[in-house]
Design a protein around this ligand. Structure first.
Ligand code: PBG
Length: 299
């Protein structure tokens, strides 16, 4: 494991004067515009390879308008960091609607309240353009809509953003481990995402999703969560001809931190052992909330 293989997910919330702690993720915060810049600088100096940004807007609606608004919290943050870092780090944006919708789903809904895949794709294309325009190097479509990579690639190419890449959340499972993330982004979700995320029992579907995303133009593919899906990471690495990422998600972070707080686990040893396991399984890079700490430990 090397520091540059670590990517730090970060949350930035609209209207904050100072960072706000996320109770279920001790040590992780919702950043203000200013604290985001400082924390990003510290992470880049520690040697991480990139930053994945999530926005927490103060107003939400049915179509997630704040996501495509050039003055929306995520686009502003991307613009800030690109101005600060240029090409010195890789700036990534979450290309999804759930943070921005008042129902908390990753897409727009039809008349019966179901997620409308194809209407959502049109919103993703707009989201992608707003994020590329703001200066994102890499987009992370995390909503698991069918066809999302192809639609985003086409929209980027048509607008001349041929160098903006796509980190495809290809094998994303409907996981209990996303629990603390709901608090991190003040999610409005009631219910679940089982109609668009994958069944934890199914590995073949993950491979089919990866194949589709590669055919649609993914520059990297991702498996998520990480620790309970090491076999999927290995299977992905076997079939993928692009780098494979793994996302060590909020619940994976929370369970270790909770045990560390009790004095039941040693943080550094435990975290480095898990990260090494994810690498050993075949991940080329890992998104982790410990990215900056781990980069310093590995140095
Ligand atoms: C959706 C998204 C989620 C996460 C990343 N992107 C939430 C979900 O799918 O329910 C979860 C990340 C984590 O738990 O750390 N935009």
């Amino acid at each position: 494991m090397r520091p540059r293989q670590l990517i730090l997910p970060m949350f930035v919330a609209e209207g904050l004067d100072e960072p706000r702690p996320i109770a279920s993720m001790p040590g992780v915060v919702q950043h203000s515009r200013d604290s985001l810049r400082k924390a990003a600088l510290a992470a880049v100096q520690a040697g991480v390879g990139g930053l994945m940004l999530f926005g927490v807007p103060s107003t939400r609606d049915a179509i997630g308008s704040a996501g495509t608004d050039p003055d929306g919290v995520l686009n502003v943050a991307v613009r800030d960091l690109r101005a600060e870092f240029g090409d010195d780090t890789v700036i990534m944006a979450d290309t999804c609607l759930d943070e921005f919708t008042d129902h908390g789903h990753c897409g727009v809904l039809d008349d019966e309240g179901r997620v409308d895949n194809d209407a959502t794709l049109r919103r993703y294309a707009e989201l992608a353009l707003a994020q590329a325009e703001a200066g994102a190097h890499l987009l992370g479509p995390s909503g698991m809509m069918d066809g999302q990579v192809g639609v985003i690639r086409q929209a980027l190419d048509d607008a001349g953003y041929i160098d903006v890449g796509i980190l495809a959340y290809s094998a994303k499972y409907a996981s209990a481990f996303y629990g603390p993330f709901r608090e991190a982004v003040d999610s409005q979700l009631k219910g679940d995402r089982k109609t668009y995320q994958q069944d934890p029992a199914n590995v073949r579907e993950a491979l089919r999703e990866i194949e589709l995303d590669l055919a649609e133009g993914a520059d990297m593919v991702m498996v998520k969560p990480a620790l309970s899906y090491l076999d999927v990471i290995t299977a992905a690495a076997e079939v993928s001809n692009v780098p494979v990422a793994a996302y060590q998600v909020s619940g994976e972070y929370a369970m270790v931190e909770a045990a560390v707080a009790q004095g039941w686990l040693e943080r550094e040893r435990t975290v480095l052992e898990i990260l090494t396991s994810i690498r050993r399984a075949g991940a080329d890079m890992v998104l982790t909330y410990w990215a900056a700490d781990a980069a310093a430990w590995l140095d």
